[in-house]
Design a protein around this ligand. Sequence first.
Ligand code: ZN
Length: 123
Amino acid sequence: MPFLRQSTDLLPVRLQKDVSPGAWAYSHGLTDAQQKDWEKLLGDKGRIPFVLYPNLCAKCGTLWPEMFLVPDAEWKHYIEPQMQREMLCKACYEQVKAWIDGEGLGLTRRSKQTKRPASRAGG
Ligand SMILES: [Zn+2]
């Protein structure tokens, strides 16, 4: 069953009430009369059903995978373009990296390429 969510963003405007820090309404909340006015405004406007959709790994389907950071350049290198907006769990990301690196297509550091061509050429 969906939860009904109500935004309080418009509360100060609709009730013409100052709810900023330091204002009486900020520290004490709305009076019973103001609360009823607010609920009537919400009822008149209608509420939006809110359904919580879980995050899941696009590869293995794990629910709510722990989030981790990857530099943009690395993500773009290892994750194909149509999947770059998806979420992966850490294990699946490491698997994808290992597959790509295993094919010899992994990231190479430009510094290594530019600093060590002589040693490669010389064997
Ligand atoms: Zn996964």
